[in-house]
Ligand binder design. Sequence first.
Ligand code: GLU
Length: 311
Amino acid sequence: MRSRLAPSPTGALHVGNVRTFLLTWLHVRAAGGTLVLRVDDLDGPRVKRGAERDALDDLRWLGLDWDEAEGVLVQSQRGAVYEAVADDLVARGLAYPCVCTRSEVETAASAPHGPDGPRYPGTCRGRFSSLADAVARTGRPAALRFVAAPGPAAFDDLLFGPQAFDPHAETGDFVVFKSNGTAAYQLATVVDDDASAVDLVVRGADLLPSTSRQLLLHRALGLRPPRHLHLPLVVGPDGRRLAKRHGDTSVRALRAAGWTAPGLVGRVAETAGLAAPGERVSPRDLLARYDPARLTREPVVLDATAFAVAR
Ligand code: GLU
């Protein structure tokens, strides 16, 4: 088993991320697998200075390690690799330049849209011969969209069971290279999982629909897809994904408030039935208790009040 921890340094690591990373770590370490670190820092404007260093420091502080000998993939340093893959897709007619703005796509979409945005109706398909042609003829920056063939892309999630999202129907042709010149998440993650020989992807359940898009890319690129284990999200009492509005649950803030690593690992492990209330444990202590058959699919409800008293 080879998997990865892929923090996005767009903000501070919070207890929702900690739960995902702790369970990823347990799942891989309990199986004697290899865990690679990847830094998902492509989301340019949202990447915060210092957040990468803080995230890695928080992971180490919690006792979550990775196999350092495997090296670290830093996505912002892999532009040339992604560009070559994108060029290949365009050359094979599997991706095309698109100059539509976000609001034009919103306006053009006929159906109300789902969580992953409006469906792209294919406005720019067949319009341009190349990225340079698109920019020259419109004076606009151009993105690249992947042609999503009709029909569902099915997979068997290790926790959520059989899934079959239909990218063609849900998002339409999706962006694989952004108009600001960086690879989009879908392309980068597929290319990097392959580069690291990752055969099991563990991540939050918000990315279940993305998996079908990624499988289309694996297919187009002739890559063997990994297996998937999606974990339920941590949500606030309002049912929405844990965020600032639910109070500060960042590891930084909790450390500053006096939380110890075993206290925090214990509190998060409690939400997975792996620790007793008030128990202090290290990830290593939990290895003997971890049983993937006991993972549950329901979202975990927490907010800052669950962390009001440091331990
Ligand atoms: N960096 C992404 C996140 O923090 C994970 C992406 C993935 O696992 O594919 O949500």
